[in-house]
Design a protein around this ligand. Structure first.
Ligand code: UD1
Length: 429
């Protein structure tokens, strides 16, 4: 199994190109199930999760074709992939495929909307809490589906197709909003989703669905209105830049000090995280189609954060921000409100010398003068990158084991960091 070995101490200097967002690419790919025409997605990142989803989609009968490179494009840009679900040959998403990644459960929405049936294994993914599927079942039932849980599968059917309805989510869920949005595009009549997720990836999916012929209003706000149409067609859509990757590299620069341009990053996608960095004393400026992040020798100030649905501080940057706070001048409180078990990086950061006490859903991080390298274990996708970031600023060498988590969500991480002067390598065993 691969490991990442980081030797800390170098400042980061240079430029990093931000990839297409994993969390947008996955639902967009799934949306291809809604039409027999071709959906072409540009800027699709090279990630293990994208490959897993391709396997799932091909099992349902989707053909895909990776477009060749165009003039002026280099290998650091995302791929353009055409997805064509000419005929859905199988409405079952089996355990072997779905258990690797939670988002694959989301195929339930389009399969049900287009075929009137879906049998989808209950999901796996990062071990960051129980992550149930009650909201998916509830909203699809409200749209007229009959859903049972049988032998670890959600089995959904509709007698006469889905029918639009009003549904208020009792809790904000990104995935359940994606699924409801996709399902409602082909339902009869109007659907109104209240307390919907406002994440930029939801709005990106809605924009793509509109290009496919869907009638949607209010995406990006907490009330989304969808008027069902008979059928959707093909479209071409560019995946928006990854705000979590952007925030991760911004935090890495804050941690090591230095000066890096995050190319293609869009500040409006992560204002709350950028604001937290500014409060910590980090320079963050919009520049030339990107964001420039700088920190000199000034100390990192302690900043309290609480994770919230968008536009609040993203849970997917909590671990990375905690890594930064381990070196702060003072004590920071980091409160996690989205997932109940998302502090597994705490004990690994402690191995590097961090002082962190857990008090329920709050981690109290007392900054230390120095971290020191150690062997650590990646436990989930975002936690593992927090260990890499901490390693970049630690004295000596840090080895992050089980990096397959990283490959699920970060494209060419070691390449992007080493181009900016980090001493980082992948070690295969
Ligand atoms: C998505 C993101 C993930 C991010 C999360 C929160 C993707 C591929 N993944 O995950 O990176 O951390 O949003 O921003 O986009 N919940 C229920 N019942 C349900 C569904 C969810 O109780 O049926 C709970 C979850 O356990 C969690 C909360 O709702 O506590 C939010 O989860 P949700 O927004 O659904 O996260 P995901 O869509 O899985």
């Amino acid at each position: 199994m691969d490991k990442i070995r980081v030797t800390g101490g170098n400042q980061l200097e240079g430029a990093i190109t931000i990839s297409g967002a994993k969390n947008a690419a996955l639902p967009l790919m799934i949306a291809s199930l809604l039409t027999e025409e071709t959906l072409t997605l540009e800027n699709v990142p090279h990630l293990a999760d994208v490959e897993s989803l391709i396997r799932i989609l091909t099992n349902h009968g989707v053909d895909y074709r990776v477009e060749g490179k165009r003039k002026g494009q280099d290998s650091r840009q995302g791929r353009t992939i055409e997805f064509t679900a000419g005929a859905i040959v199988d409405t079952t998403a089996p355990y072997e495929l779905v258990s690797r990644m939670r988002a694959s459960f989301w195929v339930i929405g389009p399969l049900l909307a287009r075929m009137g049936e879906a049998r989808v294994s209950l999901p796996g993914g990062c071990a960051i809490g129980t992550r149930p599927v009650d909201l998916f079942i509830d909203v699809l039932a409200r749209l007229g589906a009959d859903i049972k849980i049988e032998n670890g599968y959600a089995v959904a059917t509709t007698a006469d197709g889905l029918v639009g309805a009003h549904y208020e989510f009792p809790k904000v869920s990104v995935g359940a909003t994606h699924v409801a949005l996709m399902a409602a595009t082909l339902a009869k009549g109007r659907t109104v989703l209240s307390n919907a997720a406002r994440e930029p990836e939801v709005a990106d999916l809605a924009r793509c669905l509109k290009a496919m012929g869907a009638r949607i209003e209010g995406e990006g706000s907490s009330t989304i209105t969808i008027d069902g149409v008979e059928r959707l067609g093909g479209a071409r859509h560019r995946v928006l830049p990854d705000r979590i990757e952007t925030g991760t590299y911004a935090i890495a620069v804050a941690m090591t000090g230095g000066n890096v341009l995050l190319e293609g990053a869009r500040p409006e996608l992560l204002e709350s995280a950028l604001e937290a960095l500014r409060s910590a004393g980090v320079g963050v400026e919009r520049e030339n189609g990107g964001i420039r992040v700088t920190r000199g020798n000034e100390p990192i100030r302690a900043v309290d954060i609480t994770t919230q649905p968008f536009p609040g501080f993203p849970t997917d940057l909590q671990a990375q921000f905690m890594a930064l706070m381990t070196r702060a001048d003072g004590t920071a409180e980091i409160t996690e409100t989205i997932f109940e078990n998302r502090f597994m990086h705490v004990q690994e950061l402690a191995r590097l010398g961090a002082h962190i006490n857990l008090d329920g859903q709050t981690a109290v991080v007392e900054g230390v003068d120095e971290l020191h390298g150690a062997q650590v274990m990646a436990t989930d996708l975002r936690a593992s990158v927090s260990l890499v970031i901490a390693g970049l600023a630690a004295r000596g060498t840090t080895t992050v084991n089980r990096v397959y988590h990283l490959d699920r969500g970060f494209e060419r991480l070691e390449d992007k960091l080493s181009r900016c002067g980090a001493v980082i390598e992948r070690v295969s065993e």
